[in-house]
Design a protein. Structure first.
Length: 180
C-alpha cells in the first residue's frame, strides 16, 4: 500500500476483552479454614545462633585442623609410616596443640566414597586422640581400603602408626628431610 504508515496499533484488537476470572483477594481474616488470630499456633522460628563456628579451629579432643597447603607441605617433610590403607605423616611444630589434616586422593574413588573415607578417618582420629602428641601436626592419608576395613581394625592400625611415626628412625624419613 503506497503511503501507508505501519504501526503497532494495527495489530491490537479494538474489541474489549471478554470476561476474565476475578483477581483473588483474601478475606480480611485470611483463609477461612486456617486458624487465625488468637487460635493460630505460634510459628516455629529458628533459634538464635550461639557460636556455631568456634573462635579457633579446634575440633573435639582439642585438635586443630590443618587447612592450608603450607601446613600440609610442612608435615610432608616430617616422618611417615603406613599400614593397611593408611599413611600417617607427623612433624614437630612450635605450637602447643595438636594439628590434624586429612587427605584422600581422587584415585580412591568418586566424591561420595572419598567423603565416606574422610568421615571414617575423622572418627578413627577421635578414637585415637590420646595417642597424638602435643606440639606435633599430623596428616592422615586414606586409601580405598579404608572403606572396607572394619572400624576396630582401622583404629588399631592408626594407633600403631602413631606409635611407629614417633618410634625409631629406622626405615623412616628423618624430620630434617627437605623437598627440593
Amino acid at each position: 500500500m503506497p503511503g501507508a504508515v505501519w504501526s503497532n496499533e494495527a495489530y491490537f484488537s479494538a474489541e474489549p476483552p471478554g470476561p476474565q476470572t476475578p483477581s483473588w483477594v483474601s478475606c480480611p481474616h485470611g483463609h477461612p479454614q486456617w486458624p487465625q488470630g488468637s487460635e493460630r499456633p505460634s510459628r516455629p522460628r529458628a533459634q538464635a545462633a550461639v557460636r556455631l563456628i568456634r573462635e579457633d579451629d579446634r575440633k573435639p579432643g582439642g585438635m586443630r585442623r590443618l587447612k592450608t597447603r603450607a601446613e600440609f607441605l610442612a608435615v610432608a617433610r616430617g616422618r611417615r609410616a603406613s599400614r593397611g590403607g593408611l599413611v600417617v605423616q607427623a612433624a614437630k611444630t612450635g605450637l602447643e596443640d595438636i594439628g590434624v589434616g586429612f587427605t584422600v586422593t581422587k584415585k580412591s574413588g568418586n566424591a561420595p566414597e572419598r567423603s565416606r573415607i574422610k568421615r571414617r578417618l575423622r572418627a578413627a582420629v577421635l578414637a585415637c586422640a590420646d595417642g597424638f602428641r602435643t606440639q606435633h601436626d599430623y596428616v592422615v592419608i586414606g586409601r580405598r581400603d579404608v572403606l572396607s576395613a572394619p572400624f576396630p581394625l582401622l583404629v588399631s592400625n592408626l594407633q600403631g602408626l602413631i606409635v611407629r611415626v614417633h618410634g625409631s628412625a629406622r626405615n623412616q624419613r628423618p624430620d630434617t628431610h627437605a623437598h627440593g
